[in-house]
Write a protein that binds this ligand. Structure first.
Ligand code: COA
Length: 108
């Protein structure tokens, strides 16, 4: 959920975390395929954006951009370059800014 300063404007997004491939299978495109399949499934379920905390050199390959560019912050003290999002449709984050609120399960 992205909580705008205006409480009437809230946006549900998905969080991707973490992607992992067994060492002996890395570098064969499996990580990329998992991410692309996750995007396909997310769209099928009606979601139009994905947010993540991740490696700044890996996720941009798949279209991820810094949340900072959209005025969106993650609720953690982490470098801006690790806070990323992807829009699955052109207008997914139109007029959306604010702080991401993760479900409580993320903290348990
Ligand atoms: C990150 C991970 C999921 C990638 O899986 P994979 O199947 O090897 O990925 P792909 O084969 O689709 O992509 C490989 C590309 O990603 C790059 N890459 C892999 N791990 C990377 C990392 N941590 N940072 C930057 N680039 C990375 C490889 O150099 C390769 O680049 P190239 O396509 O330019 O040659 C896998 O390395 C992994 O499980 N790592 C340990 C867990 C982890 O760090 N997860 C990310 C959490 S943010």
């Amino acid at each position: 959920m992205i909580k705008n300063s205006n409480p009437d404007i809230q946006k549900t997004s998905l969080a991707l975390a973490p992607v992992a491939v067994l060492k002996k299978y890395q570098g064969k495109g499996i990580g990329g395929k998992l991410i692309e399949e996750a995007h396909r499934k997310a769209k099928e379920l009606g979601f139009d954006s994905v947010i993540l905390l991740g490696h700044e050199k890996y996720y941009p390959k798949f279209g991820y951009e810094m949340t900072k560019n959209y005025g969106i912050k993650l609720p953690f003290e982490v470098p801006d370059e690790n806070c990323m999002l992807i829009k699955l449709t052109e207008n997914a984050l139109k007029d959306i800014t604010g702080i991401v609120e993760y479900p409580k399960e993320f903290y348990e």
